[in-house]
Design a protein around this ligand. Sequence first.
Ligand code: SF4
Length: 435
Amino acid sequence: MRVAFLSLGCKVNYYETEKMKEQFGERGHMVVSFEEEADIYIVNTCTVTNIADRKSRKMLHRARRMNGDALVVAAGCYVDSARKRGEADGSVDFFIGNEEKDHLVEILENALRERQGQEMKKKSEAAEREEHTRAYLKVQDGCNQYCTYCIIPYVRGPLSSKPEEQVVAEVEKLAEQGVREVVLTGIHLSSYGVDFTEKKSFLELEGKPLLSLIRAVGKVSGIQRIRLGSLEPRIITHAFAEELAGQQKVCPHFHLSLQSGCDDTLKRMNRHYSTMEYLEKLEILRKYFVRPAITTEIIVGFPGETEEEFAATCAFAERAGFAKIHVFKYSRRQGTMADAMEGQVPEQVKGERSDRLIGIGRELERAYGMPFLGQDTQVLLEEIVQIQGRDCLVGYNERYMRVAIPVGDGAEAEELCNQIVSVRLSRRGEDGTWL
Ligand code: SF4
């Protein structure tokens, strides 16, 4: 699908729009400019003033005029305030409030499938079940780490965590709806529970509130897998990893934000670890888990990043043996320290570095998965997609490898959707899916 975005208002909106773009990109959709024809137009709205409201409406109407058949989506603050006022807008197909933004991709993919329709009925039914397969649950908000490129600590308010009982109640509800896998996420998940104590930093807590939460969620029957959202590397200690490894439902997949593989760049980013410390954390995880999938995100073209620094990041990525890298080109955020730094890197250079690192990431992803060929893996099947002209059931294993199996007929597919099945991996497809 071609997806176009427009962000209005505050920096949080801009940040969230970037995240949305990333999510859509990860799912194989093409992000295009708002001036181009698209299948989905998403306006991340603002409602701070009446003028902002008017501008939000204007942009939504413009999107409708661009393509009468497109799905026009109003997301964010204007939606919440318009709902309160009981307003409706005929140009808009979908209203996604702030609370629902985390599930935007899933909601819209499902909506599009429904719209595409009756002739796709079989696939739509499978897609609906996908909603009941894996759920993302935000358990923590706010951050006090002050990375120099990030606006979040200034705009997102203080750390706040959902009480354990509330999370468990929400997970129980999800389990009743048929969800098998829950992904615990947060703006800074490692800080989960800091606000329940007098402590200033998650380091003092040694991850104990998060471990307690994971234990509690692990007791919910029906939930078969717990996956963790992005973790700050410094939360990984022997005690933390050992306790995690003792939790049967925790997936051996850890997303540890790296951001740069060069110590000087990390300092300018105000990241509080060195590349050596990061490697030590990987060693700890690899001690307690069998070939865990370590995924990460890296920013290229951070202010002052020289060719040597970038080369250090590439070499570090290879040394770390990541299973997947999300590459971001540094983008300036007004109000952050990095925005005022000298040595802003030209867009063209950022683009070239991004391409190079994405290439390295692809190769690492392949190298990570190859030793699993010929082995059985447990796949939670989510949806039906066509691969090389055949209907295939597609899902993810515990290590977040995307796996496809061909399906015979609709009845068979229906039975298998939302099931965890054992699959022997035989090869890697051109699009990176394992078969
Ligand atoms: S850890 Fe850094 S990048 Fe992440 S939310 Fe906090 S300040 Fe932003």
